[in-house]
Unconditional design. Structure first.
Length: 303
């Protein structure tokens, strides 16, 4: 007859071993996530994917832009009309009606659009990423198709509109009697940093959304709240200290400050934002791909 004390001790020991195994697995996963070697390897792997499928990515981005205006009378004309109307709207509302102002070499409309334009692009990318895998279930289930190109092509298609926006903003600056600042030459660099961050965010949302369909609703709430929690409408110096900290908590604020340095201030008004935005974009780029690579193997079972 077995001793009840021995059975209890054995069960306790088994539970302890199971708990220890779980802790070890969690520690290994955390170590793997922060291990520089693994992150560098993932970065190289993603760069190889971009090079190998660059033609496919470009063609799919073109197709997405074409489908956006397919069957419409004015077609690509809307690519310029939407940004133009938005610039005119903000010019009238904030330039003439409210007559808002921020101290700097440009007017308030440039201050506002310097942050609003990249944020609208980020907002579009996040919105599309939450439904991208579900809407392309037939493609995702094909074993031979490199599904990593889906988030990337969505980012490239969104950046085209942003570039048109910036072109119209430069025209607006000339019309108002001003000239672009020399810092405008840094736009290609900061756009590349933004693209890396958007690809990473898109990978994360694409990886999560097939398992958690409510992701799109959370993203919609987030982008609505973030509009008022970033330094786009007002400068942090004009706010109470308690409210000001909200800007520093929001990671997208640093992107806004970088674009404001280039387009509005014409100098490195927020030098630390450049470091934070560049580092977080690169980390998001790598982490997003690693998460997508890990979760994509089960997409076929949940779609």
């Amino acid at each position: 007859m077995n001793d009840p004390g021995e059975n209890w001790s054995y069960a306790k020991l088994s539970n302890y071993r199971g708990y220890t195994d779980i802790n070890m697995k969690m520690n290994l996963q955390i170590f793997s996530a922060v291990n520089p070697k693994n992150n560098i390897q993932a970065f190289r792997e993603l760069i190889v994917i971009l090079k190998r499928h660059r033609q496919l990515i470009v063609e799919m981005a073109k197709r997405e832009i074409n489908d956006r205006y397919a069957g419409q009378i004015f077609g690509y004309f809307w690519t310029f009309v939407h940004p133009l109307i938005l610039i005119l709207l903000y010019s009238v509302v904030f330039g003439f009606i409210f007559q808002s102002s921020v101290s700097g070499p440009m007017n308030y409309v440039v201050f506002l659009l310097a942050g609003l334009i990249p944020w609208l692009t980020f907002q579009e990318v996040m919105g599309k990423a939450t439904t991208l895998i579900n809407n392309n279930a037939n493609i995702v289930k094909q074993v031979i198709f490199p599904i990593e190109v889906l988030p990337i092509k969505g980012v490239l298609a969104a950046v085209v509109t942003q570039i048109v926006f910036f072109g119209l903003l430069v025209i607006y600056i000339f019309i108002t009697g001003r000239f672009p600042l020399f810092t405008y030459l840094l736009l290609p660099i900061i756009i590349l940093v933004q693209i890396a961050g958007m690809i990473g965010i898109s990978f994360i949302l694409c990886a999560i959304s097939p398992y958690f369909r409510d992701t799109k609703d959370f993203v919609q709430i987030f982008v609505t709240v973030s509009f008022f929690a970033m330094p786009m409408i007002y400068s942090p110096s004009a706010l109470p200290p308690i409210v000001k900290y909200i800007f520093y908590i929001n990671p997208f604020s640093y992107m806004i400050w970088c674009y404001q340095d280039i387009l509005f201030y014409g100098r490195f008004q927020h030098p630390w934002s450049w470091v934070i935005f560049s580092v977080t974009s690169l980390l998001t780029f790598v982490f997003g791909y690693r998460l997508f690579r890990k979760l994509k193997v089960m997409f076929g079972n949940v779609l």
